[in-house]
Design a protein around this ligand. Structure first.
Ligand code: NAI
Length: 243
């Protein structure tokens, strides 16, 4: 049996998730990457990962669709489980709360927070049986501090921090470590529409972060050097919020 470990990256097509897939492949993991609907978008990433000598598999499902997530994940992993899960996929749909529609609230909560249940719950039983694993959740600085215009997104990301802490305590004695990473402002498609030049002045390091810098924290949490760390929140934010 191969002793190569497998990392499942939820939301791996671009931005932070893509960079996590690359970094973990460079760390020696085979990669299973998920996207919402279009696995062809993975062809370039697959080539790069294979050039690191690692395997790549793609799964397509909407994380807000409970049955689709369960079917895809159970169908692929069967009686097994990934060694590392990076729960990265997420959306924002910003609006001042007074003008926020019920649809905006539901969509963001059902995706970001509901997706955690939909993606982690089908796998946790087998991870517990194997008595090993890492779960790394990409939350956000907005979930720590609250961000005006993002009441839905901040709520969804704060909920993930509660889930991480509670699950960490439930599964620690089964040797499963559960931690969160909270990025600040990272230059990706998600932040493309924001005025990042203006935001930079608010950041003590006077620059936005890169997906690679978030992937570095994920690599640490997936590796041997973090073997006694669980239930923690690792900020990657250039000093914007110091808790
Ligand atoms: P992005 O928009 O570039 O990528 C998001 C990924 O999630 C994509 O791969 C997309 O396909 C996937 N995804 C979104 N909705 C999905 C759904 N319903 N089903 C399946 N997959 C879905 O975003 P970015 O910037 O790479 O963000 C990644 C994570 O980091 C997100 O959870 C985001 O909230 C979080 N984050 C990002 C920050 C930033 O400044 N870029 C700051 C703090 C947190």
């Amino acid at each position: 049996m191969s002793d190569v470990k497998t990392a499942l990256i939820i939301g791996a097509t671009r931005g932070i998730g893509r960079e996590c897939a690359l970094r973990l492949a460079q760390d020696g993991f085979d990669i299973v990457g998920t996207c919402r609907s279009n696995p062809e978008r993975f062809s370039e990433l697959e080539t790069v990962i294979k050039s690191c000598g690692r395997k790549f598999d793609a799964l397509a499902f909407d994380i807000a669709d409970r049955k689709a997530a369960e079917d895809a994940l159970c169908g692929f992993f069967g009686d097994g489980a990934p060694d590392v899960v990076v729960y990265n996929a997420g959306i924002r749909d910003d609006e001042i709360f007074a003008f926020m529609t019920p649809e905006q609230w539901d969509k963001v909560l059902n995706t970001n927070t509901g997706g955690f249940f939909n993606c982690i719950h089908p796998l946790i039983g087998n991870m517990i049986s194997r008595k090993n694993g890492r779960i790394i959740v990409i939350s956000s600085i907005s979930g720590q501090t609250g961000q005006p215009g993002q009441v839905n997104y901040s709520a969804s990301k704060a909920a993930l921090l509660g889930a991480v802490k509670a699950l960490a305590k439930e599964v620690a004695r089964k040797k499963i470590l559960v931690n969160a990473v909270t990025p600040g402002f990272i230059a990706t498609d998600m932040t493309e529409s924001m005025d990042l030049d203006q935001i930079k002045n608010l950041i003590p390091m006077r620059r936005t972060g890169t997906p690679r810098e978030v992937a570095g924290a994920v690599s640490f949490l997936a590796g041997e050097d973090s073997s006694y760390i669980t239930g923690q929140v690792i900020p990657v934010n250039g000093g914007l919020f110091i808790g």
